[in-house]
Design a protein around this ligand. Structure first.
Ligand code: EPU
Length: 368
């Protein structure tokens, strides 16, 4: 079967932002062989490659992408002994845990729902997050006190340098807050094909985040109840995609929550005090690092929920989400991004780092 290579494919519909121009070439790969063939085509034609998953953490330039967009459409979920034999053979399987392997193109939210139906714990706090399984190790997806790094055993990848399939262990992925080797040291080198998670049958849900604790107010929920609580909390913040919600055309959190040292934290507290703000919300990362909600910094820098800037703006329910409220262009989003970053830097001397991946842009500063 020959590879279906399409040309001039509009990309906006592949993203939750609903923004972006065309891909010069586009392949939706249904098998590992098709992925390898598509990469060969790109190499032969000296094309840049962008690996597309669920498009939920992505901003594509209005000019589009002058290369090959390779969408990973690998489907399938394997359980127990069937799941990732290499992981078992390498002794990576952990006691009392069920290994579940999902191929990279599985819808994440459906996969989480499926695992919870099977009474498997470990992913319940990650309910309602848009995107594909393959994206989860890349940015170490996390929410409500849980990160995929806690359950990932191994990641099956195609190594574009060595031109072979490899199984990366959890340690080799070097997970940290919103990062892994896949989006740092070895960006663009590995194509994620599947991910193996170690989940606990009949395990306890993880209730550590304040919002979740408040929701249950001391009661002990089961996995299904925890999932519903997370979905409710996320929905209240317009962080669950819903066609009828005008806040939905976004990439979720647009900035990472900055991690600062104690000295910087003291300065931020002083600035806040001078402004008359009572307390700076914060989470301790370790003895000398503090994470501060970017949403709070943005609000205190003069922005607010529902802030409009032409066709883009800030979600009416959560200050961390930039939203396409109509027919926004990528350049409008970049303009607002730059404006927010400048104000937060001016006010708190903190540089906010965007969470989404930017594709096809030549100069992110030129949109001011
Ligand atoms: N806050 C505001 N204004 C807002 C919203 C929040 O000031 O409009 C402040 C409040 O102090 C609040 C704090 O920010 O207590 C934290 O807010 P929230 O619980 O909504 O979490 P977040 O820090 O904004 C992070 C993740 C989300 C994840 C939530 C819950 C990042 C970049 N984002 O957001 O990640 O769902 O925590 O754990 O780390 C996602 O964005 O889709 C996501 C999965």
């Amino acid at each position: 079967m020959s590879l279906d290579i399409q040309e001039s494919v509009p990309l906006a519909e592949f993203t939750t932002f609903k923004i972006g121009g065309e891909a010069r070439f586009f392949v939706s790969a249904q098998s590992e062989i098709e992925i390898i063939e598509a990469l060969r085509f790109a190499e032969k034609n000296k094309l840049e490659v962008f690996i597309l998953g669920g498009g939920s953490n992505l901003l594509i330039a209005d000019e589009g992408f002058d290369g090959l967009v390779l969408q990973i459409s690998l489907k399938g979920i394997l359980f127990g002994a069937e799941a990732s034999l290499p992981a078992i053979n390498n002794g990576l399987a952990r006691k009392n845990e069920t290994l579940v392997t999902a191929r990279a193109g599985e819808n994440w939210e459906e996969f989480v729902a499926f695992c919870i139906e099977k009474n498997l714990a470990g992913l319940e706090c990650l309910s309602g997050i848009p995107g594909f399984v393959g994206g989860t190790p890349v940015q170490n997806v996390g929410a409500y006190g849980q990160e995929v790094s806690e359950t990932i055993v191994s990641v099956r990848c195609f190594d574009r340098n060595a031109k072979k399939i490899v199984e990366m262990t959890n340690a080799e992925c070097e997970f940290a807050y919103r990062t892994s080797i896949f989006n740092t040291t070895y960006i663009n080198r590995f194509v994620v094909l599947g991910v193996t998670y170690a989940l606990k049958y009949d395990g306890e849900p993880k209730i550590v985040y304040k919002d979740l604790q408040n929701y249950f107010n001391g009661k002990k929920p089961n996995l299904q109840e925890t999932r519903h609580a997370v979905l409710n909390i996320r929905s209240d913040k317009s962080m669950v995609i819903n066609k009828n919600d005008p806040n939905s055309n976004s990439a979720g959190s647009f900035f990472k929550n900055p991690i600062v040292d104690l000295k910087k934290f003291a300065k931020i507290k002083q600035t806040a005090k001078n402004m008359g703000a009572s307390e700076v919300p914060s989470y301790s990362v370790n003895t000398n690092k503090i994470k501060i909600p970017a949403a709070w910094l943005i609000e205190k820098s003069g922005f607010y929920k529902g802030f409009l800037f032409g066709e883009v703006g800030i979600s009416t329910k959560h200050t961390l989400a930039i939203v396409n409220f109509g027919n926004a262009k990528a350049s409008d989003v970049i303009c607002l991004k730059n404006k927010i970053q400048r104000k937060v830097k001016e006010k708190f001397d903190v540089t906010l780092k965007p969470e989404p991946v930017f594709i096809g842009f030549k100069d992110l500063q030129k949109h001011d």
